[in-house]
Ligand binder design. Sequence first.
Ligand code: FOL
Length: 205
Amino acid sequence: MSRPFKVNIIVAALIPGYGIGLKGQLPWSLKNEMKYFRLLTTNTVSPTSKNVVIMGRNTWESIPPRFRPLPNRLNIVLTRNTNNFVKNNAAVDESVLVADSLKNGLDIIEKTGNIEEVFLIGGADLYNQCLASDIVDRIFLTEVKSLNSQIETDVSIKIDPSQWIRQESQVLEKYLQDHGVNGFQLNGNKEGELGYDFTLLERRK
Ligand code: FOL
């Protein structure tokens, strides 16, 4: 049986090469881009539903302690040693579930109910495993471009362009509008030395 929800990736990646991280952190600090991440992963159409963010353990560690668990979302952390994770994380409360595989994480969601959207939020290992399978329906991809300086990254994702269709900007605009994600321009954003565009890729069926 297919699952009762879509699975999305949300990621910001440097173009070209799709670098996404450096030394266990984001390679940049993009305030308004992070706001887009927060609103897109939080906002639901139904006021009684919640979204889920699924992340690997290293991504959990990379989130500033004051922001984790990411508020107003069900957080699922993937780790092969679930006991250790719970033992070492005082921040684990009822909004955090721990699973030892993506499949088990998705199975938990099916039993939870009132879930609207599921977002895989990294890191590179989780993204690349999912991109190599057919689990993911959509990619909310922020294309980051360095305008002057050189940006260093040490992990990247692999997106096979033959498998994905870049949606027209109207499709993303409609999604954002329906989800109350307002006040963003899709193209030509600039923060410091970096430019970025918000895009939406959909799996070719
Ligand atoms: N996708 C996109 N588009 N941009 C990202 O920066 C991004 N980052 C991750 C995954 N997908 C992404 C993983 N890294 C926080 C920190 C790191 C992180 C993801 C989230 C975080 O602290 N989020 C807070 C917002 C804090 C703020 O507003 O400054 C949250 O509530 O979402």
